[in-house]
Design a protein around this ligand. Sequence first.
Ligand code: PEP
Length: 249
Amino acid sequence: MRKNIVAGNWKMNNDLAATKTLISELIELKKTSNSEIMIAPTFVNLLEASKLLKETSIQVVSQNMHYAESGAFTGEISAKMLKAVGVNAVILGHSERREYFNEDDLILKEKVDKALQESMDVIFCFGEQLDDRNSENHFKVVESQIKNALFHLPSSSWKSVILAYEPVWAIGTGQTASPEQAQEMHAYIRKLVAEHYNTSISEDVSILYGGSVKPENAKEIFGKLDVDGGLIGGAALDAKSFMAIINSF
Ligand code: PEP
């Protein structure tokens, strides 16, 4: 059975004090929920977040990591360093990493491999640009992003993979994909996984939607058959909004 997951990507927001405040608000507001909840603070605040959330079911996730074990990679963070501060999951392939830091399918494949080798869960992001959608290439683009970074994995690795479809034109723009557009793409992705692996894997993998999800639109998007939750940017920075999205299931 696949899980419902709502993950908040805080990006380069919230210093240490703001991180502590937001986490205590989340703890205060959190009700019992059938969904898994994840938050991804910036690197320097992961340790504090892990400590504060240790006794809760909210999981702390990294926004990125390097593919190497260790070494001369100034400014980078390894999987082992993340695990040492209690972080067991990582977001990889976010469109901002692809666009501003030139992360391509090849680099992402290496990062995915390293994370899985270290027994971390991976939230793997992908999605088309507006031009791709306007030229009706969105299925092809998404297919190649997934195939290039993930389809070399053995079946056994898929229990640690969460997919996140994030159309780039919907991220931080206020322009959400319609629930029908999200469902259409999610069903397509599930079919791809079924064709390459099998239906047991495709039915078990959680596929999140990301792109301007807010309390006002979450229920309709999460109500679609193949949408198993969301990766939330802006609305995850406010405890009430984030909890309202989680409670939309
Ligand atoms: C994101 O950055 O992953 C995202 C979905 O952002 P937003 O919710 O702000 O569109």
